[in-house]
Design a protein around this ligand. Structure first.
Ligand SMILES: Nc1nc2c(ncn2[C@@H]2O[C@H](COP(=O)(O)OP(=O)(O)OP(=O)(O)O)[C@@H](O)[C@H]2O)c(=O)[nH]1
Ligand SMILES: [Mg+2]
Length: 235
């Protein structure tokens, strides 16, 4: 794996993403040829981890972390952050495997880190869109964002977004040990901690289409966790 400070690292947690893996890695290399990619797979029953190893054997810019079983998105990212911090990476992307986060935005997010510490691929700034979402998903996401943004006083429109680029200093400042979350709550927490520590945050508009291949891992429990997380910060 290339790991100079000027090599960006793209961290992708995967659980049953065999149908997306090859194409997402290829699309990242096309969009940002300088980037290295780290897959964090939780022993996906569909063989995503094995597929990732096969790809990595032929791709010097791809590495794979295997975890023993499904442990949630948040700790997968924490594992990716630790990997980056143990090496020389200075810009670290967080990204889904399912093309809701389109690799074509990687250069714009990277460029925005010139004068920001955390850059968010945002659905809720002018130019950002969720073209094929149904009403219920729009309502849950829209309400969740207003709720978190208002109660935690976050100067960010899209605080549940998962497509992000962190400068190393932000990751160093996080209390990774304390992260016990699963889903969207983790996305809110990274924004909240960044705001409290005075980091500069910037949002870049993205189109966020629905996944076309594979199954969603979103659940009521994950939405509930996010609401509980926001409330817990207030009491
Ligand atoms: N390693 C790991 N990855 C996970 C886990 N849960 C989800 N992921 C991955 O995290 C990313 C986001 O999960 P999604 O299922 O797309 O969740 P979502 O974006 O809220 O929902 P949809 O887009 O509707 O599917 C995908 O790349 C998943 O494969 C997990 O427990 N462990
Ligand atoms: Mg998704």
């Amino acid at each position: 794996m290339p790991q100079q400070a000027n090599t960006p690292l793209v961290v992708i947690p995967t659980y049953n993403e065999a149908g997306n893996l090859h194409t997402i890695v290829a699309a990242i290399h096309d969009a940002l040829p300088a980037a290295a990619v780290l897959i964090v797979d939780d022993a996906s029953p569909d063989g995503t981890g094995r597929l990732a190893d096969d790809l990595a054997a032929r791709d010097p810019a791809l590495a794979v972390l295997h975890r023993a079983g499904k442990q949630g998105l948040a700790t997968a990212y924490v594992a990716g952050f630790r990997y980056a911090l143990a090496r020389d990476y200075d810009r670290v992307f967080a990204m889904d495997a399912d093309f809701s986060h389109d690799p074509r935005y990687l250069p714009a997010l990277l460029a925005a880190t010139e004068d920001a510490d955390l850059v968010i691929g945002s659905r809720y700034v002018p130019g950002g869109r969720t073209p094929d979402w149904g009403l219920s998903r729009r309502l849950i996401s829209g309400f969740g964002n207003v709720f978190a943004r208002t109660l935690l006083r976050l100067p960010v429109r899209d605080c549940t977004a998962g497509f992000k680029c962190y400068r190393r200093g932000v990751l160093e400042a996080f209390d990774l040990e304390a992260i016990r979350l699963e889903g969207y709550a983790f996305q809110i927490e990274t924004v909240y901690q960044s705001v409290r520590k005075g980091f500069r945050i910037k949002e870049v508009p993205i189109d966020f289409p629905d996944r076309k291949v594979g199954k969603s891992k979103m659940s009521t429990a994950i939405v509930a966790e996010a609401f509980t997380y926001v409330i817990r910060q207030l009491v």
